[in-house]
Design a protein around this ligand. Structure first.
Ligand code: ADP
Length: 603
């Protein structure tokens, strides 16, 4: 699944055109907008620093001329003071510029992460079915950092480079027209080389990021399922799988390194060629008295500076391409629209919990061909307890997923109090509904926080009461920190049955009007289950309950039992009427697919 999920986050690498890059750049600019005053301030100081810096070689040349000509000490001192003042001004501006840009980057980073997380959390569930957590977190972490760091760093370098190239060119022309022409002839050559290398580099950068994300996916998966890995002794297998992914990354990095080496070599050789020509021709100009020694040195300093700036500009290009590569992935996720929206607004004062499925058909987005539910229709009246039974894989949990709006039905309607669930306000509806899933998920927070999840302003007494009803109070009290004990990541510190009881407490503390229990007590021993069932039953009076269960004792008491078979409602009735039919239900009971729990102490 890793490969398929990796590709779900990848855009088609090869087809990225300049147009998409300019779109990305435009989006980046928009993202910078709220911090424009930091960025603007940074630019002002950047401008100031670059301009003052350009004067430095000129004054250095003057000092050298003064020294060579052995003019008076005061003249030399004055020239040095001027030089010192300019350098001081440059340093101050450079410092402020750096600080302002760093603040801007930090702010941008945080804002992008927040926006990205918002987008991620609001994606449809099928998005999560098809991507690994590692890939998603890698977007949130390394891609965001890469994007904002590289963007600001390179825009900085770019502007400084441009100003310096223009400034140094002007000074060079002033100092020696002919020498400057010689220098400038080589510039287009450098530009072409930079462009060529940059293009390759950006492609490789994207591949590096992609393969790293894929490796992260493996690490994430293994760490979160370490017990399974350990118990099947698959450590070496997983280590190899991870290494294989990293090897791919290394392959891309190696190509990048070779490219970089070639680039550096070409650059150095060009530098050398320019220096040789300048020294030869410039030496001739000094000897024939057409330029002073000091000014020739100033010229060389300008030339060096210009070379550096052009080189910097070249790196800006590759750097920006890296950033754009990362940004592309970030924006892809940032702009990803959930397949369906939660923009309903209906929120009546009272909800009675009347559920209706009308001809609901559904197939999972990952496998559209296979109809998981086929025209399912049923009704749960307010206060009723409906049990869904059927073989594993028949589509029971899917019914609950649709009711939770994890997915949208392909056709048909799901109504609550005669209103389609899509019309309801998302938060309103989910505060009225509570789900205890097959594998209850606890957060790495305190138990009381886990119980009060999504119901933050409830009293501790309510938390305790619901824990008592869920038969969880006793074991919680036995824990070292009681309700303040931490559940551990994904509830690792608790047993399966304990987790289920916390999840049940979490559901009942909200006093939901619709309670959905998907194998909610499967990990409990018969006695605990009996206690919890009693509590749930006692609480069912004013709420509609849909139960998926494998234990006959749970199902027997339901007002109505729906037998789901291959995505269809095959039979419907109460325990006795279904037994009388002698159909699928009877078979389920006989084959103990609905297990009896007569081992429970009393009935
Ligand atoms: P039950 O709850 O009756 O055991 P489910 O409703 O969980 O069955 O599953 C019904 C069918 O849908 C199964 O065949 C299962 O393979 C498939 N299915 C369940 N969840 C997903 C999913 N997230 N993506 C694709 N197929 C799924």
């Amino acid at each position: 699944s890793n490969e398929s999920s990796a590709s779900s986050l990848q855009s088609n690498d090869e087809n990225i055109q300049i147009s998409s890059y300019s779109a990305t750049t435009w989006q980046l600019l928009k993202l910078c907008k709220p911090d424009w005053h930091y960025i603007f301030g940074g630019f002002i100081f950047l401008l100031a620093a670059s301009v003052t810096e350009i004067f430095i070689p000129y004054f250095e040349g003057h000092v050298i001329n003064d020294i060579v000509k052995s003019t008076s000490d005061t003249q030399i001192r004055d020239a040095i003071i001027t030089l010192g003042l300019i350098t001081f001004a440059t340093s101050v501006c450079t410092g402020i510029r750096g600080g302002l840009f760093m603040v801007a980057v930090a702010r941008m980073n945080i804002r992008i992460r927040n926006l990205l997380f918002q987008s991620v959390v609001k994606q449809d569930i099928s998005f999560f079915d098809q991507s690994t957590t590692g890939e998603i977190t890698s977007r949130l972490t390394s891609d965001v950092t890469k994007m904002s760091d590289e963007v600001t760093l390179n825009i900085n370098t770019f502007l400084r480079g441009i100003i310096k190239v223009i400034g140094t060119t002007i000074f060079m022309f002033v100092l020696s027209f002919r020498l400057t022409v010689v220098t400038l002839i080589s510039l287009p050559l450098i530009a072409i080389i930079v462009d060529y290398f940059g293009e390759w580099y950006k492609k490789l950068s994207k591949s590096v990021q992609d393969s790293l994300a894929s490796a992260n996916g493996v690490a994430e998966e293994v760490c979160s399922s370490i017990k399974t890995v350990r118990s099947f002794a698959c450590e070496s297998y997983e280590i190899q799988r991870y290494a294989k992914k990293l090897k791919i990354t290394y392959g891309h990095k190696l190509k990048q390194a070779i490219l970089y080496a070639g680039f550096e070599f070409t650059n150095e050789m060009l530098d050398l060629a320019i220096t040789v020509v300048t020294l030869y021709y410039g030496g001739h100009l000094v000897i024939t008295g057409q330029i002073s020694g000091g000014m020739f040195i100033a010229f060389i300093l300008y030339q060096l500076e210009m070379g550096e700036s052009v080189e910097d500009l070249g790196e800006v290009y590759t750097g920006l391409m890296q950033a754009v590569g990362a940004a592309d992935k970030v924006f892809e996720l940032l702009d990803r629209k959930s397949e369906f929206t939660c923009n309903g607004t209906y929120a009546p004062a009272q909800l009675s919990g009347h559920i209706q499925f009308k001809d609901v058909s559904f197939s999972y987005p990952s496998n559209r061909e296979r109809m998981v539910l086929d025209k399912v229709s049923f009704e749960a009246k307010p206060g009723e307890v409906i049990a869904l039974v059927g073989q594993s894989g028949s589509g029971k949990s899917t019914c609950i997923s649709l009711l939770e709006r994890f997915y949208e039905p392909a056709s048909g309607e799901i109504l609550i109090d005669s209103h389609p669930i899509s019309e309801y306000d998302h938060e309103y509806l989910h505060r009225k509904m509570a789900l205890v899933g097959q594998e209850p998920v606890l957060f790495a927070r305190k138990l009381e926080e886990n119980i009060a999840y999504g119901h933050e302003n409830c009293e501790f007494e309510d938390i305790r009461q619901s824990a008592i009803e869920a038969n969880a109070d006793e074991f919680i009290q036995d824990l070292h920190h009681g309700y303040g004990a931490y559940a551990g990541e994904r509830g690792h510190n608790l047993s399966g049955g304990q987790k289920q009881r916390i999840a049940i407490a979490r559901a009942i503390v909200r006093k939901p009007c619709i309670l959905l229990l998907d194998e909610a007590t499967s990990a409990l021993d018969a006695y605990s289950e009996h206690l919890v069932q009693q509590a749930i039953k006692a609480n069912c009076k004013n709420r509609t309950v849909i139960i998926i269960a494998h234990r006959l004792s749970t199902v027997e008491d339901a007002d109505r039992i729906l037998v789901i078979d291959k995505g269809k409602v095959a039979e419907e009735g109460n325990h006795f009427s279904l037994l009388a039919k002698n159909g699928i239900y009877t078979k389920l009971v006989k084959n103990q697919l609905l297990s009896t729990s007569k081992d429970s102490p009393q009935q």
